[in-house]
Design a binder for this molecule. Structure first.
Ligand code: CU
Length: 452
């Protein structure tokens, strides 16, 4: 976290108390996509705050023992990654909206103002609450009309990892980015909830935004072209920076329309909680990939004891890509020799790609239209990272200071610990002559007789 970001966090915290006597707390707006430092509670019961990846925690005010928040549903502009701004809908200037952090047993009052062009509601996913506070438009309450403010009030009855989102014109409003994280911290020490040094959270979301445009298409069901964490795509997702030996918790919720197997390199973790609450210790098992289904939340924990830069990503390889055409013909293994010169007579800029795979795309940085992202991107100390979408890095460092979330830069690997090129002689395997690979690429035309 640089100083500027830190101070913007401090300003956020201060701007609520200023209007403490108003009937309704002034909404706090944030527009930077940077990860805000943890919001240390200065009122209410103490707790160890979370860090929202490329996001922030909503400041509150205490009013006669009640924790009051003000969410404003409104159109926002969100930078998906440098070079691409999207016109989304969200809360308080951002998509996702700010994280709400409370303590088990807190009475919470949330003012929700609707500045969207259509009605909305908020559903508090996973909470125990009175039926009339559940936020299902038409079923448990009338929708919040445009321009109106509704009040939700309930006690945060159990600790855990939750989220919020509209239950009104859901398909459109979630496809447009309306969602936020909710964390209820335990009120006392409990064996069900470990004390950790780093506690991160983010939501899985996805968008279909045609290259050159800015507004998501809500009618796309599965073929979204932007797979994002907190409405950010690699290389726009911040790294998770921790100190070696830290107990780390990562909380993830899925509001896309498909599952995401989230995979961590270099460490095993255990799933310590779901949106149903903490998992009893006897029911936890080690994993390195946990599948998060649609509408689910997972809370994973591990000791970050291996120094390095460790990939953290969705294991669906199409979800670690930025916009790509799914209808382009497959060129792998197709022999283009002689064809390129002929095509270049007609199309001088024609480039041959894809014949040997697509790794060239990571290096080449072809010109792309404004308002989209390269399919694979990111520069590492050893070359192009060739990723996009749901990908970032867990950075474990011996000298990362407690409470310091700043990016320590690339990991310096100790000499002699990196994969290296073998320069000695190669032992050739004995292969049957009939299946020996040939250098020439064979083109088989449909319907043509191969002749053997
Ligand atoms: Cu995925």
């Amino acid at each position: 976290m640089d100083r500027r970001t830190f101070f913007s966090g401090a300003v956020l915290a201060a701007s609520v108390s200023k209007v403490a006597l108003a009937a309704l707390p002034e909404p706090v707006i944030a527009t930077t996509p940077a990860t805000a430092p943890p919001l240390i509670p200065t009122t209410g019961r103490p707790y160890n705050p979370v860090v929202t990846l490329n996001g922030w925690t909503c400041p509150w005010r205490m009013n006669a023992g009640v924790k009051e928040f003000h969410l404003v549903a409104e159109p926002v502009v969100r930078e998906i990654a440098p070079g691409m701004q999207a016109r989304l809908w969200g809360y308080n200037g951002q998509s996702p909206g700010p994280t709400i952090e409370v303590v088990e047993g807190d009475r919470v009052r949330i003012f929700v103002t609707n500045r969207l062009p259509e009605h909305t509601t908020i559903h508090w996913h996973g909470q125990r609450l009175p039926n009339g506070m559940d936020g299902v438009g038409g079923l448990t309450q009338p929708q919040i009309p445009v321009g109106k403010t509704f009040v939700y009030e309930f006690v945060a009855r159990r600790p855990g990892t939750f989220m919020y989102h509209p239950h009104a014109d859901e398909m459109v409003q979630m496809a447009m980015g309306m969602m936020g994280f909710w964390v209820t911290h335990p009120k006392a020490k409990t064996p069900l909830v470990a004390e950790v040094q780093r506690d991160f959270c983010f939501l899985l979301n996805s968008y279909d935004i045609s290259p050159g445009s800015t507004t998501p298409r809500p009618n796309t069901m599965l073929d979204q072209n932007l797979w994002t964490w907190n409405s950010r795509a690699f290389p726009g997702i911040d790294t998770l920076n921790v100190r070696q030996g830290d107990q780390v918790r990562i909380r993830v919720g899925n509001l896309t329309m498909t599952n995401h197997p989230i995979h961590l390199h270099g460490h095993e973790f255990v799933v310590t909680g779901t949106d149903g609450g903490p998992v009893p210790p006897s029911a936890r098992w080690p994993e390195v990939t946990t599948d998060i289904a649609v509408g689910q939340m997972r809370q994973i924990e591990f000791v970050a004891d291996e120094p390095g830069d460790w990939a953290l990503h969705c294991h669906k390889s199409h979800h670690t890509m930025n916009p790509m055409g799914h209808t382009v013909p497959n060129m792998i293994g197709v022999d283009h020799r002689g064809l390129v010169q002929k095509i270049q007579k007609l199309v001088p800029d024609y480039m041959l790609m894809g014949e040997r795979g697509m790794a060239d795309m990571g290096e080449m940085q072809m010109p792309i239209p404004d308002q989209t992202l390269p399919m694979m991107s990111g520069a590492g100390p050893y070359g192009p990272i060739e990723m996009g979408g749901m990908f970032t890095t867990l950075k474990v460092r011996k000298d990362q200071k407690p409470g310091d979330y700043s990016d320590p830069g690339a990991y310096q690997q100790p000499p002699g610990t990196r994969a290296f090129e073998w320069t000695g002689s190669l032992a050739e395997p004995a292969r049957p002559a009939a299946v020996a690979p040939t250098d020439a690429v064979q083109v088989h035309k449909p319907g043509a007789h191969s002749g053997h």
